[in-house]
Design a protein around this ligand. Structure first.
Ligand SMILES: Nc1nc2c(ncn2[C@@H]2O[C@H](COP(=O)(O)OP(=O)(O)O)[C@@H](O)[C@H]2O)c(=O)[nH]1
Ligand SMILES: Nc1ncnc2c1ncn2[C@@H]1O[C@H](COP(=O)(O)OP(=O)(O)O)[C@@H](O)[C@H]1O
Length: 225
């Protein structure tokens, strides 16, 4: 073991709690690889891969995809990243997934974004995404520079099929039933760190301070906070 080691983290929170938004800030401030399960699944749908075609209706309806499918996808993406720090966003979402991850890697920290469901319902109906990159916008919070277009590529933004109010309700219910037990799982391992609030801009400084303590100095991007 060298002096500097890698840092392996998971970011958790209900759909719409800000995982993607906070993850992109983390990826700007620290040297680590951000892997989003939702982005990977949507990329498969866009590219019409066998996996994407198989999973599309499941995802559009707001249902979780089967544990073995997502576990295989994520664990294979982590292969080759043994020497890198990483942040998993959207995985694990069930205890079975957490156990699958655990069988291969120890997780150093789990960042839990705790945001009231009412706040989330309001946010998700005004979420717009650039599907190819996963960049996420919000009409109120972080609107694109040009309405309806991605800031970087200028390509059109889309609303997610699973962000309709009914589907959001279903996703929040599934979150309580299937994902909250994962928080207990990590709490019992002593790696859970919860950040509560209704605004990402207020939560973010606490996440940043926490990671600054946790992440080896050579993996902190200079001049960015
Ligand atoms: N109004 C408001 N919207 C936010 C805030 N933080 C994130 N959002 C938006 O809420 C939506 C959900 O955030 P996202 O990061 O995609 O959450 P995820 O589903 O947990 O990955 C997106 O449209 C974000 O732009 C906030 O503090 N206030
Ligand atoms: N770990 C996972 N297990 C099962 N399904 C997943 C997982 N990650 C993503 N999905 C599928 O992709 C959808 C979108 O996920 P994600 O982009 O993380 O959205 P959000 O956090 O906004 O719910 C989920 O509703 C689910 O259908």
């Amino acid at each position: 073991m060298g002096l500097q080691t890698v840092f392996r983290a998971v970011i958790m929170g209900a759909p719409g709690s800000g995982k993607g938004t906070v993850s992109s800030r983390i990826a700007q401030s620290f040297v680590l690889k951000h892997l989003s399960s939702g982005d990977m699944l949507r990329a498969n749908i866009e590219a019409k891969t066998d996996l994407g075609l198989l999973m599309k209706s499941c995802i559009d309806q707001g249902q979780l995809v089967p544990d073995d499918v997502i576990s295989r996808l994520i664990l294979s993406s982590l292969r080759g990243l043994e020497q890198s720090s990483w942040l998993l966003d959207g995985f694990p979402r069930t205890v079975a997934q957490a156990e699958a991850l655990d069988s291969v890697y120890d997780v150093d920290s789990v960042i839990n974004l705790d945001v009231p469901f009412q706040t989330i319902r309001e946010r998700l109906t005004s979420r717009w995404v650039h599907l190819p990159s996963g960049r996420v916008y919000n009409i109120d919070f972080n609107p694109p520079k040009k309405p309806g277009l991605d800031d970087v590529t200028g390509e059109p933004l889309a609303q997610r099929d699973d962000d309709s109010p009914e589907t959001v309700s279903r996703r929040l219910k599934d979150y309580e039933r299937q994902t909250q037990p994962v928080l207990e799982y990590y709490r019992s391992k002593g790696v859970l760190e919860t950040f509560s609030g209704t605004e990402t801009n207020k939560i973010w400084p606490h996440v940043h301070a926490f990671l600054t303590r946790k992440i080896p100095g050579n993996q902190q991007a200079v001049g960015k906070a």
